[in-house]
Design a protein around this ligand. Structure first.
Ligand SMILES: Nc1nc2c(ncn2[C@@H]2O[C@H](COP(=O)(O)OP(=O)(O)O)[C@@H](O)[C@H]2O)c(=O)[nH]1
Ligand SMILES: [Mg+2]
Length: 452
């Protein structure tokens, strides 16, 4: 994901010393160059980035502040297309029509579902998906499954041509006042004229506001090249990089916007419906510079966490009733949010910690495993009310979980303290305390302060 890139930036930033000279700058840019190339960023993009950062830093005086400023400006420039929309934008007159195109297997159908889910859940829009991939027999069936799982309407007609389906679907969308229409189209294994013609016809029928090219991130620079071809032949307004979870390096995301001349709009990072993130340049720059991305984290949380459940939890915490059942439920929610490292990287000032945490698997850490083993040896009543646990019951738990009684006591005490702390934090002034703590961490971390 973006972690490899973020790490590279962090270590380069760390190489600029406070007593600055050109040697320190050279060291930092060499470091940055190495890690960008290692992350598979295209060499031309790397050359341009390093060149500009060097020139700008020297022009304003070699030093950490000027280096960071130059780096931030250049990153913003290469991730932004002048006049292009920030995030998903809606047509002035609904429905907003989006056509999804790309090679076979690139992730069009999955991404169509993810986008529908995003628009429905986060933007509260009424979404209609049109199945215009009538090439593959199972295509409509796949789309039926995807859309029914997220409770989004699907329009299909297996006996019609792709253009007919689109025309009929759009008619329905206008009549029934849908906000957004997503059109899933057919792909081929390679670019061929027949497909291009079909897509051009569908485009004429759909008059889309947006044409998203879905590219498989795991194909590296090929993703960029095919996007260029689709841009020339059909015209595209944005790129979605799918399977970013499988691309350990992630450098393609950095160069793509400039290389294709069209902004990267979304990143898909998993097979499930919530696994889609908006690619918004200033947020990404913030994350790369170690300043976090609170907005993005909130969005990710909103996409995965059930608001009713979250409210119930908050109430329990406030009343000091947080018990072991709640703990297990919270662990499940956390798991959905993504790896601890990626979460930490999005919290301001926590960037450094993300590195220390590394790939720690919260779910499978020894502590969590032990707590889970312990909880599974508890009766339902004990889970609800840990105060019931007297010495005899503790001995039973210890045997059940294969632990010493001493250890059971320690875990129980830790759990009690954590619940107490959470209660305090959730009370009056709690938010303020949290902010102060964050501010201290940020100040201590010596991170770049990026204005929004
Ligand atoms: N890991 C992962 N798999 C994905 C992602 N997007 C799509 N896939 C998988 O890629 C395969 C092809 O996706 P599909 O949407 O059918 O591609 P299409 O032929 O372009 O419509 C499916 O097995 C998907 O589950 C992603 O972001 N991450
Ligand atoms: Mg498909």
């Amino acid at each position: 994901m973006l972690d490899t890139l973020t790490d590279g930036f962090k270590s380069a930033i760390g190489k600029i010393r406070f007593h600055d000279d050109e040697k320190a700058l050279k060291k930092a840019t060499t470091e940055l160059k190495k890690s960008l190339l290692k992350a598979d960023v295209h060499h031309k993009v790397v050359k341009d980035l390093i060149g500009t950062v060097e020139i700008e830093t020297k022009k304003n005086g070699v030093g950490k502040e000027n280096f960071l400023k130059a780096l931030q400006d250049k990153l913003t420039e290469i991730l932004t297309i002048e006049g292009a929309p920030r995030g998903f934008t809606f047509a002035s007159k609904p429905p907003t029509v989006v056509m999804m195109i790309g090679l076979q297997g690139s992730g069009k159908t999955t991404t169509t579902g993810k986008l529908a889910h995003f628009l429905k859940e986060q933007k509260k829009k009424k979404v209609l998906v049109i199945a215009a991939d009538l090439q593959r027999l199972a295509a409509v069936e796949q789309l039926k499954q995807v859309t029914s799982g997220i409770e989004v309407d699907l329009f299909y007609d297996e006996d019609a041509t792709p253009t007919q389906v689109v025309e009929d679907g759009l008619f329905k969308a206008e009549k029934e006042l849908y906000d957004v229409v997503l059109i899933d189209t057919a792909g081929r294994l390679a670019i061929d004229d027949e497909l291009m013609e079909e897509l051009a016809n569908v485009k004429t029928a759909a008059k889309p506001d947006e044409l998203f090219y879905v590219a498989d991130a795991m194909t590296g620079q090929d993703a960029v090249r095919t996007a260029q071809t689709f841009k020339e032949k059909i015209g595209i307004t944005g790129v979605v990089l799918s399977k970013f979870d499988g691309d350990g390096k992630g450098g393609v995301a950095l160069g793509l916007t400039q290389q294709v001349g069209v902004p990267l709009r979304f990143i898909g990072h998993g097979e499930k419906m919530p696994d889609l993130e908006q690619f918004i340049s200033d947020r990404i720059v913030g994350r790369l510079m170690g300043a976090g991305d609170v907005e993005g984290l909130a969005e990710r949380a909103a996409a995965t966490i059930d608001p009713k459940e979250a409210k119930r939890m908050t109430q329990k915490i406030k009343k000091g009733q947080f018990n072991f059942n709640d703990f297990l439920a919270q662990m499940e929610q956390m798991k959905k949010l993504g790896s601890m490292k990626s979460i930490m990287g999005m919290i301001p000032g926590m960037g450094n910690m993300a590195k220390q945490i590394g790939d720690m698997d919260l779910e499978n850490s020894d502590e969590i495993k032990q707590i889970k083993a312990m909880v599974s040896s508890m009766t339902p009543k004990e889970r609800e009310n840990p105060d019931l646990l007297n010495n005899m019951r503790k001995r039973r738990l210890a045997t059940g979980a294969g632990m010493e009684v001493m250890h059971v006591n320690r875990v129980l005490k830790q759990f009690k303290n954590a619940a107490k702390m959470a209660k305090k934090m959730s009370g009056k002034g709690g938010a303020k305390q949290m902010q102060d703590m964050m501010a201290q961490m940020q100040g201590g971390g010596g991170m770049a302060n990026i204005p929004r």
